[in-house]
Design a protein around this ligand. Sequence first.
Ligand code: PMP
Length: 397
Amino acid sequence: MATSLLRVPPPQELLRPLAVPERLLLGPGPSNVPSRIQAAGGRQLLGHMHPEVLQVMDEIKAGTQYAFQTQNRLTLAISGSGHCAMEAALFNLLEPGDAVLVAINGIWGQRAADIARRLGMLGAARGHGRAEGTGLEGRTPRFAVPGLVQHKPLVLFITHGESSTGVLQPLEGLGELCHRHGCLLLVDAVASLGGAPIFMDQQEIDVLYSGSQKVLNAPPGSAPISFSERAREKLLKRKTKPPSFYLDMGWLANYWGCDGEPRRYHHTAPINSFFSLREGLAVLAELGLESSWERHRAVCTQLCQGLLDLGLELFVKEEKARLPTITTVRVPEGYNWKDITAFLMDNHGIEIAGGLGPTVGKVLRIGLMGCNSTSANVERVLRALRDALNRCHRSRL
Ligand code: PMP
């Protein structure tokens, strides 16, 4: 027998069956994928330019227009996670020398500023409008005026649902204000879409994006995005090509049939992810946006009351400022947050998360999104938390 040339043997772990335990995902995302959406993703693969797949892409476009409340023709899904959509927005809107104003009210503003800086347009991140704190005071559109006046930015970035703090940013009047200053409004709705009202056209939002794995209950890996006519004009006026070929909206617009031209191959889309996203958008369309918003609000209220009844302190004091999809609660005194999250995972099969960015070590984050947004899940997570408070180590210092 010839001696094998292989120096790396087949990994033993791959010779065992795939292990995926049952878990209730009540962190800030991903949330659980219901069987209908899972089944859609498990359907047989088709060619990425087959008419049936192009039809699914058209359906995703229509579903996104509904979820975003927009008529924008440049509406599609990015083949990538929420970060990819964030990069697609910034890469396509900005050119070297353009300024962007970033409202930093948690980690997502920090990330947007980071991406803008990497674009090598230092002017890009030169102004930071701040909308900090956990209440609504200072969150009226006027917070942006000094930055708009001083930096004359081309784009203002803001996060609608700040998943690191659990704060919902009001958007009323912000688009209008930006437009008065010749600025485009870019909004991240990854954590809020379907869980809190947003009206892209009425609120004059120029670029809006979201993700698949939160309220839409699809696996991560595709991200709906839409550009207003104003934003589209900016894309058409670019003097330079966007720095990413993969995220070039000119190519993507063609691939998604948004430019009226015959569709050309750009990349091989994650077709099965699109099947799942289509189904997630279909579930939202069947339920109706208003019912979905109302359900998330009611379930969040029930959770907040239950947390208070356990003697815990909510991180966001003002009820109106709370993000209905993700609730932040202060780590109770004397406890290590990691003990609590590990206890819930090990003893109750429930994922909740610690803080992120500015809230690391300070809060626990509980997400109730899409199909996970139910009264029964509120009761389940409260029961598990009560158990954790009784049984996790508490320092008396
Ligand atoms: N923006 C917000 C508000 C988010 O909550 C997240 C995900 N936690 C993202 C952007 C990034 O999305 P992804 O992890 O899918 O890249």
